[in-house]
Design a protein around this ligand. Structure first.
Ligand code: SAM
Length: 189
């Protein structure tokens, strides 16, 4: 079966991201997704967020080692994204939960997650995609997934196509929600 990370990357290929595009990694962690996104837009920019100083430090180190300079690393919550991202984005990623190798008590929380996801969706260009990886194996992750599903169910299908990729015979396994702004989508704000 296609692995979660492979599927997240597959969804991104459907966003027709130009080499000078603008992307966002809303949960920087140790920087692996940020690095991946930076390579997708060598002439563009990646905004990357985390509330842990160690995440920002680890990511800065990784990007330096890899010779990557097209990322803005932001030591703040993704819920504040509007302060930092001035325009539209071609795509974005949320990889929820806690930082691998870090303090498991510091993890994404449903209130800030939903605020950030709904704000990020508004920033998508027509055809742009947001990919969210959810980890329902712990209680906050389960509630987070539930809230995202409930909220996104109400989005108009004329404006957005929203899919879920999940193992239905393993409810505790991680799953993906992908949101694409339809090509006919017109900014309402
Ligand atoms: C599963 S990790 C991300 C993995 C990462 N994308 C990578 O490639 O290593 C989740 C990250 O989300 C961060 N996080 C939690 N709450 C956050 C918030 N409100 N805003 C931004 N990042 C947050 C955590 O600190 C943690 O580093």
């Amino acid at each position: 079966m296609i692995k979660l990370l492979e599927m997240a990357k597959f969804f991104l290929t459907k966003a027709d991201i130009p080499s000078d595009g603008v992307l966002a990694d809303f949960t920087m962690g140790n920087g692996h997704d940020t690095l991946y996104l930076c390579r997708l837009v060598p002439m563009g920019m990646v905004y990357s967020f985390d509330i842990q100083k160690e995440a920002v430090e680890n990511t800065a180190k990784l990007l330096k080692e890899e010779g990557i300079s097209n990322a803005k690393l932001i030591y703040d919550s993704h819920a504040e994204l509007e302060k930092y991202i001035p325009g539209k984005i071609n795509a974005g990623m949320f990889n929820l939960g806690y930082r691998p190798g870090g303090d498991k008590k510091i993890h994404t929380m449903k209130e800030s997650t939903i605020k950030a996801i709904t704000a990020a969706i508004k920033k998508l260009v027509p055809g742009g995609i947001l990919v969210v990886s959810v980890y329902p194996g712990h209680e906050e992750g389960r509630l987070e997934g539930q809230l995202i599903e409930e909220t996104l169910c109400d989005y108009d299908k004329k404006d957005y196509s929203i899919v879920e990729y999940k193992l239905i015979n393993s409810p505790d396994s991680p799953f993906i929600i992908a949101v694409q702004a339809n090509s006919s989508y017109k900014e309402k704000d």
